[in-house]
Design a protein around this ligand. Structure first.
Ligand SMILES: C[S@@+](CC[C@H](N)C(=O)[O-])C[C@H]1O[C@@H](n2cnc3c(N)ncnc32)[C@H](O)[C@@H]1O
Length: 373
């Protein structure tokens, strides 16, 4: 949570840097609901899709790596039923920017490599997606056993297909399974639990408990390494919230009770902001001999503003699009059109000669490498 000085800086920054009215509303909502939350529990949690499947307080069964089934409350079942209609991820859309999305995997693996001394380490790729991060791990640790886990059938289909086409030994060493990071337990004593761009999909009250549960499965010297985008306040994401909340638009009714920006309501389409580095450090260090953290702001060079829309369509914009009631069939189209228009105001167009233009997509990411004690 922000301290008083940070809060003052945040408010001063807002005053010195005038924003359109809707940006101020979004930021103010975030600030107030975060500060009003109980100090040990930054956000009140309401079960959503994955939580609905299991009681988070039940200790998972190590054999099945899942919590035992438990009678669900009516509201939990109802929210599960409603959310089970949510469309799956699209590996194809995600991989439109595969190189850019995989770059932090290389940066994280570079820090992890010197820490894994044992030959044939046992590695998990948690939230492996279409297998792009798994491929980097397989190249960095040739022939070793890697298990990729993900909750998306489409991502797992693509991951399996990717490894089928690799040579026999490599393909055999890498396996994939469906699972939910909120409750998943790897076998005891893995050498590396790796996770690129996944933990931000967990609601904040679930995030650190899941990390600690994973850490606890490691032996001394075992490594938990993860990276999360830290872009809640980036224009790409604040503009999603703002456009969704514009009144009298074809999509407005789809968001009238969506609680966008209200961090105490987990049914909303916006993901939770990422905790500060010190919050992660304080939570993980009691279990670790070292916790190495760093934050990088990538500058992805894209062709135009439409490319930003295509980028987030594969990730953070999807929960918004899933909500838009098609009605006449125009609502989604006009939402995307307006979102792109707003991005055009937010991101500078840079001429690079020969009539060509580029746009820089700033993308802050937080990295953590924790070594178990
Ligand atoms: C942004 S992709 C990251 C894919 C890959 N690791 C990479 O480096 O590009 C996020 C992945 O996390 C998965 N995911 C999201 N929430 C999850 C959860 N609770 N349990 C397991 N996987 C989850 C999604 O299905 C998706 O494949």
């Amino acid at each position: 949570m922000l301290g008083r000085v940070a809060r003052q800086r945040h408010m001063t920054a807002n005053l010195c840097n005038p924003r359109p009215w809707w940006r101020l509303i979004i930021q103010t909502r975030r600030t107030f609901s975060a500060f009003n939350a109980p100090s040990n529990h930054r956000f009140t949690h309401i079960p959503h899709i994955h939580l609905a499947k299991r009681n988070p307080h039940v200790i998972p069964d190590r054999k099945t790596r899942m919590a035992p089934s438990h009678p669900q409350s009516l509201s939990t079942s109802a929210s599960h039923a409603a959310e089970s209609k949510t469309p799956d991820w699209s590996a194809q859309q995600y991989l439109k920017f595969g190189d850019e999305r995989t770059r932090p995997v290389h940066d994280l693996v570079a820090q992890v490599l010197p820490l894994i001394g044992r030959p044939n380490p046992r590695i998990y790729d948690l939230g492996c997606g279409p297998g792009n991060s798994t491929e980097v791990l397989a190249d960095a640790f040739p022939g070793t056993n890697i298990k990729g886990m993900d909750s998306s059938p489409d991502m797992l289909r693509k991951a399996n297909a990717t490894f089928k086409s690799r040579d026999g030994a490599q393909a055999r060493a890498v396996t994939f399974e469906e699972g939910n990071l909120e409750t998943y337990l790897p076998d005891e004593g893995a050498d590396l639990l790796f996770s690129n761009a996944v933990f931000h999909w967990l609601r904040s009250p679930k995030r650190i408990p899941a990390l600690i549960r994973l850490l606890e499965t490691l032996k001394p010297g075992g490594v938990l390494a993860f990276q999360v985008p830290d872009n809640y306040d980036e224009p790409s994401h604040s503009s999603m919230r703002a456009v969704a909340l514009q009144p009298s638009q074809p999509w407005s009714s789809s968001f009238s009770s969506s609680h966008i920006g209200n961090l105490s309501n987990s049914a909303r389409p916006d993901l939770d902001p990422i905790e500060s580095p010190s919050t992660f450090y304080k939570a993980l260090i009691p279990y670790c001999q070292s916790v190495n953290l760093w934050r990088t702001q990538y500058q992805h060079v894209l062709s135009d503003h439409k490319s930003i829309v295509e980028w987030v369509k594969g990730t953070g914009l999807q929960p918004y699009l899933n909500r838009i009631d098609e009605g006449t069939g125009e609502a989604k189209k006009s939402f995307l059109h307006e979102y792109e228009r707003v991005l055009t105001d937010e991101y500078e167009t840079i001429g690079v000669g020969g009539g060509e233009e580029k746009v820089l997509l700033q993308y802050p990411r937080l990295f953590v490498v924790a070594v178990r004690k």
